[in-house]
Design a protein around this ligand. Structure first.
Ligand SMILES: [Mg+2]
Length: 417
């Protein structure tokens, strides 16, 4: 059935429902990672798989609705009369029936399904809206981890609309130079001097009064290639700044935060090598920060690239340590030099025996693995003393300095170091 036919069928289903007062669901089905499976199997297998999928969907649906192949690996199901709970049940049944492997020419292939649901009449009274909204819900199911179903809602629609607007603004801002790097110093707890600084991204769109928090725009950028463009801008800017400071007689390492997308992007580290070289910098001049979640998910190729950087002398920090998998045993597999303990530990550590015990354990294991420890979020004298007692090497936090523009850090470096 062609898509135009689907729209016609949907339209008559709607007219019928208008007469009877029935409710029904439109289910937008998309195979998870079909492209990857197709690439590994070869295209003739891909077709075989799609046929097997179609057959299984028919069996699963058991004539309780109408199935249409919508696009490459997309299917649309228009259900018979349903209420809200019935729609969830049916979607659950559809995803469940993909838990068993498909047997293709003697080979077992596993593939799962993401499903988005729109309900007539709640989510649309015409074919176009029902399809569009089920499609949005399907993307939501993908974003939430695949192999699941999600319902359309108005809040989902406005959320997605906001994200699209934000993504468009980010694009524009990259061209208009509306980003800025600020620098937060890390202090050596023994000497009291500034040892390095972390480059943090700020976004001040000229059309907005306030800057937009990285917590808001980074996740949006990470969903698209935007994060790669922004990452390149950060890298370039950090290298340029280190060189500018060097020309003023200031030598300081700047650490940049690297996202999961960048880590797996082919050529990312070659780009970093190239950027350093263009500004005449050494590997020691630009450090890298990666969260432990990114490290744990990193494949062997990415880890190999990181290892090469480490061997050249690049300082690599595990960022926000303690809030993710927090697996101390994993640490020895990562080519890292610094462990940045997440601020949540220090927040209560001096008083809370529990957080204190965790903090001590992390510091001890870190030291046994020859890692430098950086305490994040040091805000009080008491926390600072506590870190010094634990022999933590470096501290970053408001007690010492907030993130600041390059000019301000320059003054601070001139007066303290
Ligand atoms: Mg960081």
């Amino acid at each position: 059935m062609k898509n135009a036919d689907l729209e016609n069928t949907l339209q008559s289903r709607i007219e019928e429902a208008q007469q009877t007062g029935d409710k029904f669901g439109l289910f937008f089905l998309d195979l998870d990672m079909f492209k990857e499976v197709n690439d590994t199997l070869g295209h003739s297998w891909g077709d075989e798989l799609l046929q097997a999928v179609s057959q299984r969907l028919h069996e699963c649906l058991d004539s309780k609705g109408l199935i249409t192949r919508f696009g490459g690996d997309e299917f649309v199901v228009v259900s018979d009369t349903l209420n809200d709970t019935g729609a969830g049940e049916l979607a659950g049944k559809l995803t469940d029936c993909f838990q068993d492997a498909f047997e293709l020419s003697g080979e077992n292939v596993r593939i799962t399904l993401s499903v988005g649901i729109s309900l007539y009449p709640k989510d649309g009274d015409n074919a176009g809206d029902l399809l569009k909204n089920a499609d949005l819900a399907m993307y939501d199911a993908k974003a939430k981890g695949r192999n699941r179903y999600e319902f359309f809602s108005q809040s989902l629609a406005s959320q997605l609309q906001e994200q699209r607007t934000l993504a468009a603004q980010l694009h524009e801002s990259l061209n208009n130079n509306e980003f800025e790097l600020v620098y937060q110093p890390q202090f050596d707890l023994t000497s009291g001097r500034i040892a390095a600084c972390e480059a943090l991204l700020r976004w001040r769109p000229t059309r907005e009064v306030f800057s937009v928090s990285p917590g808001v725009f980074i996740p949006v950028a990470e969903r698209t290639d935007l994060i790669l463009h922004i990452g390149r801008w950060v890298m370039e800017q950090a290298c340029r700044q280190v060189k500018a400071w060097r020309e003023l007689g200031i030598k300081i390492r700047v650490d940049i935060n690297v996202s999961g997308r960048e880590l797996v992007e082919p050529g990312y580290f070659a780009g970093l090598d190239d950027c350093r070289a263009r500004y005449g910098l050494e590997p020691q001049d630009i450090g890298i920060e990666l969260t432990e979640n990114i490290l744990i998910k990193a494949g062997s190729e990415a880890l190999e690239e990181l290892k090469k950087q480490r061997e050249k002398g690049v300082e690599i920090s595990v960022d926000d340590f303690g809030v993710g998998y927090s697996s101390l045993s994993y640490l020895k597999h990562f080519p890292v030099s610094h462990l940045k303990i997440d601020r949540t530990f220090l927040k209560d550590a001096p008083e809370s025996a529990y957080d204190g015990a965790l903090m001590e354990a992390i510091v001890n294991v870190g030291h046994k693995l020859d890692l430098f420890i950086v305490a994040e979020g040091v805000e009080t004298e008491e926390q600072s003393r506590y870190c010094q007692d634990l022999k933590v090497e470096y501290a970053q936090g408001f007690l010492y300095a907030k993130p600041m523009p390059a000019r301000e850090l320059e003054k601070l470096l001139m007066s303290t170091n």
